[in-house]
Write a protein that binds this ligand. Structure first.
Ligand SMILES: N[C@@H](CCC(=O)N[C@@H](CS)C(=O)NCC(=O)O)C(=O)O
Length: 217
């Protein structure tokens, strides 16, 4: 198989790569890490940071999931246009950065704090992250469209980033009825077939969630 994806079914950034692969019907081999020692040793050989996902395309190593999606669009084009041309494409790229940096980036300190050994956490960082996550929620509530996807009518890179970011962010700080547009957008994302598949395939791993997975979704 020419395409291999190293990742984990519960990992948010792995979802971001799986969603476009599945939505396009692109064949690939999934190499789960870190539990599979052979796969993990191979991942660390090709990408010494050991972070995932990483795509390997006939020997070419592509890290960073936004770059993976750009690579898929350039070399394994399917029915979806992940990054359109022009102003729409620039909006898509901006929103992709927004979901990675301002949503995932601000929820991650809470997860890190919970994962660290006693006395080694960063309660202040977690609290600051939560404060900024709520600012990100407010920004999205004010700037998301009432229907469709993050950047308009088509499902793009921005939505691939949004789906895992909002799925897990809601577990850390629930998106309440006070933010109806954001809540409805998250629900539309979870109803997308590729996202629903990611949610289902991650289900067995929910006990791993360090803050305790809520009984919803
Ligand atoms: N900036 C990277 C982030 C990748 C990342 O942080 N992945 C997490 C899993 S969601 C990971 O590899 N965690 C394990 C580790 O840091 O060793 C991307 O966009 O691909």
């Amino acid at each position: 198989m020419s395409l291999e994806l190293f990742g984990h079914p519960f990992s948010s950034y792995t979802w971001k790569a799986l969603i476009p692969l599945w939505a396009d019907g692109t064949p690939f081999e999934f190499r789960q890490v870190p539990e599979n020692e052979t796969n993990y040793a191979e991942l660390k050989r090709i990408w010494p940071f050991g972070k995932f996902p990483v795509l390997v395309d006939k020997g070419e190593v592509v890290a960073e999931v936004t770059c993976i999606i750009e690579h898929l669009q350039a070399h394994h084009r399917g029915p979806n246009v992940w990054i359109p041309e022009g102003d729409l494409g620039r909006r898509v790229r901006f929103l992709d950065r927004f979901f990675d940096l301002y949503v995932q980036g601000n929820m991650q300190p809470s997860v890190n704090h919970a994962l660290r050994p006693d006395g080694m956490g960063d309660a202040y960082g977690a609290e600051q992250g939560l404060k900024n996550l709520r600012i990100a929620y407010d920004w999205l509530e004010a700037n998301l469209p009432d229907s469709g996807w993050a950047a308009g009518e088509t499902f793009t890179l921005a939505d691939c980033a949004a789906a895992p970011a909002l799925f897990y962010a809601d577990w850390i700080d629930e998106i309440s009825d006070a933010r109806p547009k954001l809540k409805a957008y998250r629900a539309r994302l979870l109803a997308h077939p590729a996202v629903a598949r990611a949610v289902d395939e991650a289900r067995p791993y929910r006990p791993y969630f360090p803050l305790g997975a809520p009984d919803r979704d």
